[in-house]
Design a protein around this ligand. Structure first.
Ligand SMILES: Nc1ncnc2c1ncn2[C@@H]1O[C@H](COP(=O)(O)OP(=O)(O)OP(=O)(O)O)[C@@H](O)[C@H]1O
Length: 763
């Protein structure tokens, strides 16, 4: 007779076998779709020549099949991760994309995690079952089902459930305990209810997601992008989604999440990357960057542009028609006033200025020739001659030149006189001094919002090009309507339900694609166009942005369809946010929604206890999030005498690296310590990278400043010189809080002097 335990084991094995059969069937379906799409793509690519219309059709098909193929490749890992058994007897499998049975009236075989039908997988609880009897989490390795976890949603379970109301607790904890790879992964299989509410919130308006460290803000932000693209595909494919992160290391860290969800139409950028044609990566003193972020820089830049609209002290004399011609101060100030009153940007108002000036100069020439003898046509001729006269044009150009943002900013920051004139009322002499630099200096990230602001103040006189573009656009649209019509009549494509042309394209989009390069996504086009406005903007680590940076983002999103995620308690930038009200007030008053995340999925309870003391010491109402698990590793503290730090640190790092096994270690130091000790540690401890080298995060150990580690996580973290971190800036406590909360398993603190009071729990 078999034992009850053996029976349970046998049942479990049977269940796994049954799930395996289903999952294998799904993979077979996926393979079939891939083969089919590859075949169509190859056929399309093989065709050459033909009429322009045939080429357009091919371009569209190529883009469509390539996108499809990218999506089908992305879902290979963990294709199906869940199953719902409903009271009605129905059973659904949930996964990374939707699969249907064409031979059985398109019965769903797999529900896309973003589809409404999948929602109970994330939301149903024993207390609010939403028709769900059982939720099953499948664990797969490659294509093999290795285990499952069942949650039977009945009232008994409601009473036993954990305080945090976690769904699929064992699966979640297994995911959280996994070794980190240096690249963020997706969380589709284990999204929790409070996160799901945010991911699926409506797209309109500004949603702020405030949450402590490790609460999944970044994960939620990225899954929200994928959800919005799925749900509002048509709208967002045209305008694109922008995800803004604090620096390029962070963008590399999160870079794989959206592709793994099959989404490629998202532009990931820092604010510094949003000015096409400019690479703004040079370093500068923190104080200079801070000042550049102040809202008062708008007035400084406005004054700098006005300063380029000159009037002569008395007059300028030029030769015209072999006679002297006087450009009089009186005429210039009059023309300048008219031009400024036009309220147009500088380069567009220039037309008004020139018109006024040429008309004044025409009068002067006419007076000289005897005005009574001249008629309208003569006057027009004089005007035209003046406009074509190089000496006159050059003199007027000097008074109201056509300018680029780069010229104005470079001139402003490298000229004490210009800076004093523009900033006298807004910055004190010490602050102005901070901004001064060599002419032609490389651009820094904090320059970008200034360049963007200047681009607005200056404008581009592109009336002729715009007219031409509008004409072309009209033609392209008419043409595209024709192409679509013909394509829809093409039986082969119209029959292909999954890829019916009109499902994914409309004439406007088609025309846009045809006008530009047909293989560019909206995100790619947006990256090349400063004036592009996005369908939705997501900002991560939003607390770090300066006032000037917010102006750039608001310009990129006039619809204010935005998701801002961050943590006021982690603000490190001196010009960063102290409250969300302060940040958003100027743009949407109090018309924004707040959502909060309260559970910490990263930092184990042992470490969070230490970090919570630091949070308490800050002047904030915010509460530390609750850790979802313990790691069993007690954080440790070690004293090393200042003079021995350089010799002993490599040994401490090597020991910790050994302890963390095949995991990742981060050593976080104040910036000057990094410069002083980084090289030595890297030399003595193999596998150690310093700073934000592109492959740094994938090395077994990496030495970083706290600022560089913002938003990242590691299996183990070593904080060196916590007192130095605290003293570094007025937001030093925030920085220490960030540093302590980067670890998923282990934390060590190495101090040289006194231990800061806030770390009392460690000693
Ligand atoms: N529902 C979940 N299932 C599995 N892992 C999760 C879940 N939510 C968050 N995580 C994991 O927790 C870690 C922290 O998430 P994330 O980096 O998004 O937090 P954060 O709030 O942005 O943190 P910080 O503010 O400290 O940068 C990540 O490894 C993430 O994958």
């Amino acid at each position: 007779m078999s034992s009850p335990r053996a029976d349970r084991e046998a049942d479990r094995t049977d269940e796994i076998t049954a799930e395996q059969q289903y999952v294998s069937m799904l993979y077979a379906k996926l393979d079939e779709l891939r083969r089919d799409t590859t075949k169509r793509l190859t056929e399309t690519l093989r065709q050459t020549g033909g009429t322009p219309q045939a080429r357009t059709e091919r371009d569209i098909s190529t883009t469509m099949y390539t996108d499809k193929l990218t999506q089908l490749s992305a879902v290979e890992h963990g294709l199906c991760f869940g199953r719902l058994d409903l009271d009605s007897g129905e059973v659904f499998h949930v996964g990374r994309l939707g699969l249907f049975d064409e031979e059985d009236e398109y019965e769903p075989l797999l529900i896309d995690w973003r589809a409404p039908a999948a929602r109970p997988f994330y939301l149903a609880t024993a207390a609010a079952r939403d028709g769900v009897r059982r939720r099953r989490h499948l664990r797969t390795r490659w294509r093999e089902v290795v285990d499952f976890e069942d949650e039977v949603l009945d009232l008994d379970a409601a009473e036993q459930g954990s305080d945090l109301g976690l769904a699929g607790e064992a699966t979640l904890l297994a995911a959280l305990d996994a070794r980190r790879t240096g690249q963020m992964g997706d969380i589709v299989a284990t999204i929790q209810a409070e996160q799901d509410q945010i991911i699926r919130a409506g797209m309109n308006g500004v949603l702020v997601v405030q949450g402590g460290p490790g609460t999944g803000k970044t994960a939620v932000a990225l899954h929200r992008a994928a959800y919005l693209l799925y749900t509002f595909r048509e709208q967002l494919t045209k305008r694109g989604v922008l995800v803004v992160g604090p620096n390029s290391t962070f963008l590399r860290y999160i870079g794989q999440v959206l592709p793994s969800l099959g989404e490629t139409g998202v532009l990931l950028s820092t604010v510094g990357g949003l000015f096409p044609g400019i690479t703004a990566t040079a370093a500068e003193p923190a104080r200079a960057a801070e000042i550049k972020g102040w809202a008062s820089m708008v007035d400084v830049l406005t004054a700098a542009v006005r300063d380029r609209q000159q009037a002569p002290k008395d007059h300028i004399e030029v030769q015209f028609d072999r006679e002297p011609l006087r450009i009089q101060r009186r005429d210039v100030t009059h023309a300048r006033t008219r031009a400024r009153r036009s309220r147009k940007p500088h380069n567009l108002a220039r037309r008004v200025f020139l018109q006024e000036m040429f008309s004044a100069l025409t009068t002067q020439v006419a007076d000289r020739l005897g005005r009574d003898l001249l008629d309208r046509r003569d006057l027009d001729e004089i005007n035209v001659e003046l406009r074509g006269d190089p000496a006159v044009v050059e003199a007027l150009d000097g008074l109201w030149p056509e300018l680029t943002p780069q010229e104005v900013l470079d001139d402003l920051l490298s000229s004490p006189e210009r800076l004093t004139t523009a900033a006298r009322k807004h910055l004190d002499p010490g602050e102005r001094e901070e901004l001064l630099r060599e002419p032609g200096a490389e651009w820094t990230p904090a320059d970008v919002p200034l360049l963007d602001e200047l681009a607005e103040l200056l404008g581009v006189d592109d009336a002729k090009e715009r007219e031409e573009r509008a004409r072309q656009a009209r033609e392209e649209l008419a043409y595209a309507q024709g192409v679509l019509h013909i394509m829809e009549q093409d039986e082969e494509i119209a029959d292909e339900e999954r890829l019916r042309v009109s499902d994914v394209l409309d004439a406007e989009l088609l025309a846009e694609r045809h006008q530009t390069r047909s293989d560019l996504t909206a995100a790619e086009r947006a990256a090349e166009d400063r004036t592009w406005t996005f369908g939705h903007v997501i900002v991560d680590e939003a607390q770090e942005l300066s006032e000037m940076a917010w102006r750039v983002l608001m310009r990129r999103c006039p619809s204010r369809s935005m998701t801002l995620v961050g943590d006021i308690a982690q603000t490190g930038a001196p010009g960063g946010a102290r409250s969300w009200h302060e940040v958003l007030g100027p743009y949407v008053a109090d018309r924004w929604k707040l959502a909060e995340l309260t559970v910490n999925y990263r930092t184990p309870a042992e470490i969070m206890t230490v970090a919570a003391d630091v949070l308490d010491a800050m002047d904030t109402e915010l509460e530390a999030p609750t850790s979802v698990r313990s790691s069993g590793h007690r954080p440790w503290l070690r004293h090393v005498a200042e003079e021995r730090l350089a010799t002993e640190l490599p040994g401490v790092v090597a020991d910790e690296l050994h302890a963390v096994g095949d995991g990742r270690l981060a050593v976080l130091l104040p910036p000057e310590r990094l410069a002083e000790l980084g090289g030595k540690v890297a030399e003595e401890v193999p596998g150690t990278a310093v700073g934000t080298r592109p492959d740094g995060l994938e090395s077994p150990a990496v030495l970083l400043t706290v600022e560089q580690a913002k938003g990242l996580e590691f299996d183990s973290v070593l904080v060196v010189d916590p007192a130095g971190v605290v003293e570094e800036s007025e937001r030093g406590l925030n920085d220490l809080y960030v540093a302590l909360t980067r670890a998923t398993q282990r934390l060590g603190v190495v101090h040289t002097g006194e231990v800061p009071d806030v770390l009392g729990a460690l000693s």
